[in-house]
Structure formats: C-alpha cells, structure tokens
Design a binder for this molecule. Structure first.
Ligand code: NAP
Length: 350
C-alpha cells in the first residue's frame, strides 16, 4: 500500500457527482485533494459554498478548468462532466501521463454505438484504443488494477449489470428472449443543472417514464452482458419523486426448471465475498433505504417457475455505487489502497 498521499483533482467538482467525490475523498487517509474545477471560477471557498463538506477541504476554491494546472497539481484526476465534454478532457489529462477516472459515458462505447445513442461526436473509435477499462469493479478487478484510464459505468448500468451478470454468464438466461429491465431513478441522476422536469412542482407526487426505447445505457448494458442482439435488452427508465437511489426490477426468461436454491447459489458464488454487494435471502427484497448514502448494492430475486422467469431486484445509490463511490473503489484498486478505503459508510435510515 502507498504511504505518500496521492494528489487528487476533481473536474466537475460543483456537480452532484463531483460533490459526492469531495465528500468521500475528504475522509480518505491516502488522499490529498489538491484541485477542484468546474466551468467557471467559484466566488467563495468550498467551505462557504458547500458547508456540508468536511472542513479538511473547505479552503479549496473551485477553479475554471485548465489542463496544465490540473496536470501540475494532480497525480489522479476524476472527471465528472456532462457526456460530450468529459471524455475529451479526460483524454487531454491521460495523454501526458495522468491517471484518469471518467464518470461520463464518453469512453464506454465504440464510436458507432456512442453516436447513435448519445447523439454526439465520439472522442474514440474504440475505448480499448486508448486503454480505457470499464470500471465495474466486482467484475473487472484485474484489468482495473493495472489501468490508467477508467470508464466508470453508468448508474443504471451498474445496478442492472450487478443484478444480471451472474445469471447471463452462468448460461441460465434463455438466448433469443429479451431481458426486460424496469428501472427507476431519483432526480439527482439528471445532475445539478436546473431543468423543468426536476422542479418540485413537476416531480412531487408524480412518476413517469422517460427516454423509452432510447436510454443511452441500453447499449452499455447489452455490451457488458456480452449479448450481440440489439433487441436482447429492453430498458425502461422512470423518474421517482426522490433525490437519490436507483431501483431495478429485471425480468429474465430462464431455462426451466430453475429452483430458488440454484439461483441463490449463483448469487452467493458471485458476491459472497464482496464488501459492497449484499444478496437478500429468498422472500426478502431490497429497498432504496437499504443503500442510500452508501456504496452498497442490494440484490433480491424471485423465481416465477411456471412462467419460466427469474425476476431480479437491484438497488444502489446513484451518486455512490452509481458514480462517485464506485469511482473511488476503482481509484483504491489502481493506487494500491484497500478497496473499501473511504467507503465504509452505512446507509442513512430512515
Ligand atoms: N448524477 C448521477 O447520478 C450520475 C451517475 C453516474 C454517472 N454520472 C455522470 O457523471 C457526469 C457528471 O454528472 P453530474 O450529475 O454530477 O452532473 P452535474 O451535477 O450537472 O455537474 C456537471 C459538472 O460539470 C461541470 N462542467 C460542465 N461543463 C464544463 C466544462 N466545459 N468545463 C469544466 N467543467 C464543466 C459543471 O461545472 P459548473 O457548475 O461550473 O457549470 C459541474 O461541475 C455526467 O457525465 C453523468 O452522466 C452521473
């Protein structure tokens, strides 16, 4: 394990993911946060602008992003900017030798898929061309450990993949039948920039679907599950009148007969030793408040034997395991810290 503190910068520090990174990293013994940037100069120190942040980083000022200054001040940079902006900045920092963890979708997909789903110009032909490693920690540890550029997974994708990978990789899912993912998120998933759909008057006592058949995490989930048919994953995203949390209910057609015991063994084998993944016993199901504010993913399932369907529930905090928490988990692996450093916070309840 390293002894010197790693100098860490956050680009996008005034956004929801950036602020969550600051909240986590302020308590990380191996880190000194040396740089915090956004699109514009902060008028007051973070301690005044965001008084909920720990005092240790309160004197930092948000700066207008400049690549040379980031390179001078940091060994590792987290980049949490909107897709379409983030990837180019991540590459600008990676090229001169920095270790970079990008939270956007810009380095997760090949160019053709990216441009279809994000409707923006891609910055790479293939993420592998620049050595970008997909940062789903539990399933990609070895590659992450030796990487210098991480494409941190999307929030819906993290919840869906942790739920579905054990089933698909084991061959239990029936080929040729779509996996239906019914996904719901709290409004912080859309970021901090003001928008009409995120106003209290629009969201409170309301619930609705958005980007039906068009959510950009669909090809990410499909590719990471190793499914080539574009119709193999049907993702429906919906907005919950809550701030944090993702709740997924996935329906997987399975080879019959499959027993509850078989499925439990599958999940225990996949996650029995994982510090951040908890599998509920049959008959118990995860809730948002089992994970809120923590880096945990809770999974539950039910076998609909007569329908030949396995239903899997998966719950994460979108800003933690869905963004900043997983990014720090990956940072820990790369820098040689115990994977749980800075992340052993229990969920808030109620
Ligand atoms: N929110 C989530 O739950 C979540 C989960 C997983 C992944 N992500 C991904 O993480 C990234 C950040 O998401 P977010 O929700 O944290 O967004 P956000 O709250 O809207 O914050 C965006 C940040 O980017 C900064 N920014 C925008 N354009 C910039 C530029 N040209 N140069 C420098 N800084 C710039 C903003 O700075 P100013 O405030 O100065 O404009 C702000 O700090 C996105 O790619 C998103 O898809 C988000």
């Amino acid at each position: 394990m390293s002894t010197a503190r790693v100098r860490v910068g956050i680009v996008g520090a005034s956004g929801y993911s950036g602020l969550e990174l600051l909240r986590i990293l302020a308590h990380h013994d191996g880190v000194e946060v040396t740089y915090a940037a956004g699109s514009q100069e902060g008028t007051e120190p973070l301690g005044a602008a965001s008084p909920f942040l720990p005092a240790a980083i309160g004197s930092l000022h948000i700066e207008s992003f400049h690549p040379d200054r980031a390179a001078d001040l940091c060994d590792v940079v987290f980049v949490g900017l909107p897709s379409g902006t983030s990837g180019a900045i991540a590459l600008d920092l990676w090229k001169p030798g920095k270790t970079v963890i990008d939270l956007s979708g810009d380095l997760r997909l090949p160019k053709d898929a990216y441009e279809v789903w994000y409707k923006k110009e891609a910055v790479v032909q293939q993420p592998q061309d620049v050595g970008a490693v997909y940062g789903l920690t539990e399933w990609n540890r070895e590659q992450i450990q030796s990487a210098r550029l991480i494409a941190n997974p999307g929030c819906y994708a993290t919840a869906a993949l942790l739920a579905l990978l054990p089933v698909v990789r084991s061959g239990l899912a029936r080929p040729g039948m779509p996996i239906v993912i019914d996904a719901k998120s709290g409004v912080s998933g859309a970021g901090r920039k003001p928008a009409q759909h995120a106003m209290l008057g629009e969201l409170q006592e309301n619930f609705y679907a958005y980007k039906v058949g068009a959510h950009q995490h669909t090809p990410e989930i499909q590719a990471q599950l190793g499914l080539s048919d574009p119709a193999s994953v049907l993702l429906t995203t919906q907005l919950l009148p809550t701030v944090r949390g993702i709740f997924i209910s996935a329906y997987v057609p399975v080879h019959t007969p499959v027993s509850t015991d078989d499925v439990m063994v599958l999940y225990q084998n996949a996650y029995g030793n994982e510090p951040f993944v908890h599998v509920h016993p049959p008959g118990r199901y995860p809730e948002l408040k089992h994970v809120r504010g923590s880096n945990l993913c809770h999974i539950g399932f039910h076998v609909h034997a007569e329908a030949g369907l396995l239903q899997v529930f998966s719950v994460i905090d979108n800003l933690q395991k869905g963004a900043a928490g997983q990014a720090v988990q990956n940072f820990n692996l790369i820098c040689g810290f115990p994977e749980t450093t800075g992340l052993l916070v229990s969920p808030m309840y109620p």
